[in-house]
Design a protein around this ligand. Structure first.
Ligand code: ADP
Ligand code: MG
Length: 336
């Protein structure tokens, strides 16, 4: 099956694509080119990045802010700074904490633990991505949403919240008079609960939060709604790191359907250095083929130039989704 056929569309419901892999392998290039490709197919597409270095803006060569912005026909982008978003929430929680005495706060330790977890890098980007995920999941405003961040440890732990909250909700009903600060802390932790002026979240609100997280998990584990793509380069460290990430996603019932092997060296005869790199990479490609039998594998050559700007990304997409060779794409994409 071609990698483009793995992307499924749902009537009136958003399809989610997560792109993961080690730093520098080509996640942003794959995410941005995928989003451009889908927008060209007429799908209303949103690309989400939580990289504070603004790599998505650089890749698309246009400023993308913290609110969804149109980039070109059918393509919208949002780039949020996770640390800033988390710092704001942490400050709100600290303010609440300082006005409450400890015995009014059953379970607050557990709550702050979770928040610390969410505010520490690299978990902050995942938590921010998760927040946007729940928002767009609820509105179904886009046909496709591409995330330039795949969930790993931190988001996966957030997804265990429904179970965690089962026990919380039970305890909270029993100790309702003591609830105030705890539940407002919970609101800070999970921003999509809503931020009305009420200090005490009702059991119904807690149940609603729990339901939303459970729904998020359902969407993330439904292969018709969500797919994960792993970008690797033909080097051992990238392969092993991705293998571990795939295992951890699998444990949480999330399946990676494709592996994109990027930056493959061409076979150049009259260059010892190139030949050495080429031979090592070919061995690693054999390892990739052997390790990732459950996934569709696509290959992308190393470009002569950087993959930067929408034109280059279009060419990248043609190689990835249309099976073209670099020579068949526009002439300035010619590789070494
Ligand atoms: N196939 C390729 N050929 C040449 N350069 C590439 C290729 N894929 C990515 N790059 C370049 O490698 C760098 C890292 O890519 P990027 O997509 O930002 O990776 P990540 O998001 O995983 O950190 C960028 O400068 C990009 O232009
Ligand atoms: Mg990136």
């Amino acid at each position: 099956m071609a990698i483009k056929d793995l992307i499924k569309f749902n009537d009136n419901k958003t399809t989610f694509i997560f792109v993961g892999g080690k730093g520098g392998v080509g996640k942003t290039s794959v995410s941005a080119s995928t989003a451009i490709y889908l927008a060209e197919q007429g799908k209303k597409t949103l690309i989400v990045s939580t990289d504070p270095a603004h790599s998505l803006s650089d890749s698309l060569e246009t400023y993308i802010g913290p609110n969804p912005k149109i980039i070109r026909e059918n393509l919208y982008g949002v780039e949020i700074d996770p640390e800033m978003a988390m710092e704001r929430q942490q400050a709100e929680l600290n303010a609440k904490k300082s006005i409450a005495s400890p015995d009014q706060l059953p379970g607050l330790d557990m709550l702050t633990d979770q928040l610390d977890l969410a505010s520490s890098s690299p978990g902050a980007d995942e938590a921010a991505a998760f927040e946007i995920f729940v928002q767009v999941m609820t509105t179904n405003e886009y046909d496709v949403v591409v995330f330039d961040t795949a969930p790993t440890g931190h988001t996966l732990r957030l997804l265990s919240f429904p179970d965690l909250m089962d026990s919380w909700v039970g305890k909270m009903i029993k100790a309702k008079s003591k609830l105030g600060s705890l539940t407002s802390g919970l609101k800070n932790l999970i921003p999509f609960v809503g931020d009305d002026d009420e200090d005490i979240a009702s059991t119904a609100e807690l149940e609603e939060t729990k339901r939303k997280i459970a729904e998020a998990k359902e969407v993330l584990t439904n292969p018709d709604r969500t797919s994960f793509k792993m970008v690797v380069i033909p080097e051992e460290m990238s392969i092993y790191e991705s293998e571990r990430a795939i295992e951890s996603l699998k444990k949480n019932d999330m399946n990676v359907d494709s592996i994109i092997v990027n930056q493959i060296m061409p076979d150049i005869d009259n260059c010892d250095f190139c030949q050495s790199r080429y031979k090592i990479q070919q061995k690693r490609i054999a390892l990739i083929n052997q390790k990732f039998k459950d996934q569709e594998i696509a290959q992308i050559p190393l470009f002569k130039e950087e993959v930067k700007g929408q034109k280059k990304l279009e060419e990248f997409a043609e190689i990835l989704y249309e099976g073209k060779t670099p020579e068949q794409t526009a002439k300035d994409a010619i590789i070494l």
